[in-house]
Design a protein around this ligand. Structure first.
Ligand SMILES: C=CC1=C(C)c2cc3[nH]c(cc4nc(cc5[nH]c(cc1n2)c(C)c5CCC(=O)O)C(CCC(=O)O)=C4C)c(C)c3C=C
Ligand SMILES: [Fe+2]
Ligand SMILES: [Fe+2]
Length: 345
């Protein structure tokens, strides 16, 4: 390895006061709702060995030979249904949350910078960590915007952070939030947002919590995701005072043919409609901000499945996004994880 391999800050004086950084990381999203823009995004996402645990060469052939020829056009069509004048909802929502969290942490003793990175696409984890370092950040707290840990999501963010820091001449002190699936403030924020939604729209006949799925094989191999989703659901059910029959958990967004976490969301909404549920409320507590998977897959696709099977209305309860409840609970989470770091006192 050549000696000049490591990224440093040649010529910078190191006597200015250290700063702290909070790096929010979300999944990422294509630059435009077109097959041309979706293709490189999917190539990076589905090329991540944390996401698809398959023999590399075999997967490479399937990905490039089949999937990237078909899926980009299909996904682009779905993205086009939710795209806004400002761009992708995932990007807009994540940026708004970042701005709000920056404001909430503004009165700390030292300068605390809040930045946003995307695991796939731009701005990358590497670009944002290097930018924070140029701004003098010597202590870095990484907060993946995934309440439940999965190797496919949070684990992959940890990979990107590790790959970045190992290239730096003088890496910052590092902390990474692994998950916040059972955080009291987070559960309270979810409960308040659902109660507030019920206060304006009335209660449906049942509440479905739909989480993103992953292959069952990953959970069998030790991924805690399934258990964490159910813990979040149980805590929320207890806080809302619901019985086990009126709060249902399901898993959405299955990709490919292998068995994913069950029950599947699409089969579940059809079953509930057939069982006589007329108004079904659906929330997706695994998504910090709204995105394709909530706005299109739940609020459009699954709404259509529900109505076609005899239901009256599937009512999607929005993600926490940049609500005061989410900002307050994440700010408290950050302060707890940054304990002992002088900038945050
Ligand atoms: C909540 C965390 C997420 C986990 C866990 C997760 C696992 C996972 N996802 C795929 C495949 C796809 N996911 C796609 C979109 C997507 N996924 C998440 C979150 C998690 N994924 C979000 C927030 C989004 C929305 C992105 C946006 O731009 O709004 C997509 C792309 C869309 C599509 O083509 O359908 C794919 C593909 C796998 C294979 C996986 C675990 C193995
Ligand atoms: Fe996904
Ligand atoms: Fe999906």
């Amino acid at each position: 390895m050549p000696r000049n391999h490591y990224t440093g800050l040649a010529g910078q004086s190191h006597d200015s006061p250290a700063q702290a950084g909070v790096l929010l990381v979300n999944l990422g999203t294509p630059e435009a709702p077109t097959a041309r823009a979706v293709r490189p995004y999917l190539a990076q996402f589905l090329g991540d060995p944390r996401v698809i645990e398959y023999p590399r060469w075999l997967w490479w052939l399937i990905l490039h030979g089949v999937i990237l020829r078909i899926r980009p056009a299909r996904s682009a069509h779905a993205y086009a249904r939710i795209w806004t004048a400002e761009g992708s909802p995932l990007r807009v929502g994540s940026e708004q949350l970042t701005t709000a969290l920056q404001a909430a942490l503004r009165n700390r003793a030292g300068a605390v910078r809040v930045a946003l990175a995307m695991r796939y696409g731009a701005p990358s984890v590497r670009a944002q960590v290097e930018q924070l370092q140029r701004e003098g950040v010597r202590r870095l707290l990484v907060l993946p915007l995934y309440p439940q840990y999965s190797a496919t999501s949070t684990g992959s963010v940890i990979d990107a952070v590790a790959d970045t820091l190992k290239r730096l001449r003088w890496p910052p002190e590092l902390r990474i939030v692994n998950d916040y699936h059972a955080d009291d403030g987070h559960i309270e924020a979810l409960a308040l947002s659902i109660e507030r939604w019920w206060a304006t729209h009335g209660r449906g006949d049942a509440l479905l919590l739909s989480f993103h799925g992953i292959p069952q094989r990953y959970v069998d191999a030790g991924d805690p995701y399934f258990q964490q989703c159910h813990t979040t659901a149980r805590r929320l059910r207890e806080r809302l005072g619901l019985d086990e029959a009126s709060l249902i958990v399901s898993f959405q967004s299955r990709v490919g043919r292998e068995r994913w976490l069950q029950p599947y969301t699409d089969a579940t909404v059809k079953r509930l409609a057939t069982a006589g549920i007329k108004r079904l409320d659906v929330a997706c507590p695994g998504f910090a901000v709204d995105c394709l998977e909530t706005l299109e897959e739940i609020a459009m696709q699954n709404r259509d499945f529900f109505v076609a099977a005899g239901g009256q209305a599937l009512r999607y309860i929005p993600a926490l996004n940049d609500s005061a409840e989410q900002v307050a609970s994440l700010a408290a989470l950050v302060l707890r994880h940054a304990q002992g770091w002088p900038e945050f006192s």
